[in-house]
Design a protein around this ligand. Structure first.
Ligand code: PA5
Length: 445
């Protein structure tokens, strides 16, 4: 279903070098499969597609039905990082581009909060909430992350004020740790329905847990199809073979990195996949960027960004590689009409699908960028739907684990994320951080 093609790298690497990196990828695969590598207590994501019980989806559907019976038309999903990006990516990819503006609505609108600390953003969200019938999902594995905790405090107070504490308990659902963390204690005290994020699944690998499943179901998408697509890739990416797309992708990107291609740009030609880039950047950036190593993940949306980033990619510093997510089939049809006057000179396109222009832009850009010194990896899916997206999530996760082990890092921790948090707590006056606060303020003078 997911195909990886490294043909666009052939002028940059020799066959023998690729073989060497496939061997490294196979060894890394063995470490991941035998669960003997660094971070091996965070491998719960590996079998989620085949081991997630259908009852979990039914539980999410029950919440959807309950909220529909109350007339809820706005669900605020609160979370950050791995507790935000997977659901955001799936909902953006699967939704009509103009869902908000269309008159006919299919279920509640999903909006996100807790992924920033902007006062303006939360005030404007409240403006929207005042016009709508609201419920909220708060997602935090640790239950202690500042951004979602601040947003949740405000949104909880709003919901309690408008609907009363008893009704609020039916309009708030939490996704968090089974036992620990402030969100777990609060949920128990307030009587919220809760879903569990297992200890052995890290945030950025959690899209196929309730972290992603609940918002995706609430948005009206087919989670069973998504898990089916992911299960197909669980099988295919479990094969110890050069044909395994996760092994092929991990091998080629590490080989290119060894040749100075330090930045990998994830490219898509459908704006619905913009957040796939955001999700992928977190997955690879947080998994690999450590110990002074790692490919820097970036993303662009073409053809839009060919008119902004195209110049640099074609002609700037040559440390780039591209991974293009190719979508083979458009979900919609539109052909270009003949214009008898032909003042724009475009009649040569008459009868062609718009997507054919997109496909030719993709091929033309591929060749131009290769000529400009940017190797291209292609990852293709048949179309944008739940099944293929599920497959893509699993494929990138599996390849990430293999890739991190080739690089020689622990792909499943994120020690670097703590540094800013400590400084922020100190500067905000959190008890216990007094000395650090003084030292930081001296440095900021
Ligand atoms: O991947 C990760 O571990 C992080 O991005 C977390 O998902 C993010 O920091 C949010 O953490 P939490 O879910 O504990 O609030």
């Amino acid at each position: 279903m997911i195909k990886v093609n490294a043909g666009g790298c052939s002028s940059f690497v020799k066959d023998a070098e690729y073989k060497e990196y496939v061997e490294k990828a196979l060894s890394a695969f063995d470490v991941l499969e035998s669960e003997t590598g660094a971070g091996n207590d965070f491998l719960g994501w590996k079998h989620l597609p085949t081991q997630t019980p259908d009852s979990l989806i039914s539980e999410c559907e029950a919440i959807k039905d309950l909220w529909a019976s109350k007339g809820v038309d706005l669900v605020v999903v609160i979370g950050i990082g791995g507790s935000y990006l997977g659901a955001k990516c799936a909902i953006e990819a699967l939704s009509h581009s103009f869902a908000k503006q269309l008159a006919s609505k299919n279920g509640p609108e999903i909006v996100f909060a807790g992924h920033n600390l902007s006062e303006e953003y939360i005030c404007e969200l409240m403006d929207l909430m005042k016009e709508r019938n609201v419920a909220a999902v708060v997602i935090s594995k640790s239950g202690t992350t500042t951004e979602p905790a601040v947003a949740f405090r405000l949104i909880k107070q709003y919901i309690e004020t408008v609907y009363g504490a008893k009704e609020a308990a039916e309009r708030i659902v939490a996704v968090t740790d089974a036992h620990k963390g402030a969100l777990k204690s609060l949920s128990t005290q307030e009587g919220y329905k809760t879903f569990v994020i297992e200890d052995n699944v890290g945030g950025r690998f959690s899209v196929l847990t309730p972290v992603g499943i609940l918002p995706i179901v609430l948005a009206g998408f087919d989670m069973r199809a998504m898990l089916k697509g992911a299960a197909e890739m669980e099988k295919c990416c479990g094969e110890r073979s050069e044909e395994n797309p996760a092994i092929a992708y991990a091998a080629i990107r590490n080989l290119l990195y060894s040749k100075g291609k330090k930045v990998e740009i994830l490219v898509s030609y459908n704006p619905k996949l913009q957040y796939l880039g955001e999700w992928w950047k977190q997955l690879y950036g947080e998994s690999e960027g450590k110990d002074g190593k790692g490919i820097f993940p970036a993303s662009v949306s073409f053809t839009t960004d060919l008119h902004s980033m195209g110049q640099y990619i074609q002609d700037g510093e040559r440390m780039l590689m591209e991974t293009v997510v190719t979508v083979e089939k458009s979900n919609r049809d539109m052909t270009i009409a003949n214009d008898p006057q032909n003042l724009d000179g475009l009649n040569f396109l008459t009868g062609k699908h718009v997507e054919e222009c997109n496909a030719m832009a993709e091929l033309g850009t591929k060749l131009a960028h290769i000529d400009g010194g940017v190797p291209q990896i292609s990852v293709s899916i048949e179309k944008i739907d739940e099944f293929n997206l599920g497959g893509l999530f699993y494929f990138f996760e599996k390849a990430c684990g293999i890739s991190g082990y080739i690089l020689g890092v622990n792909p499943f921790n994120q020690p670097g994320v703590e540094a800013y948090k400590k400084n922020m707590f100190a500067l905000l006056g959190k008890p216990g951080y007094e000395e650090q606060a003084k030292a930081l303020r001296d440095r900021l003078k």
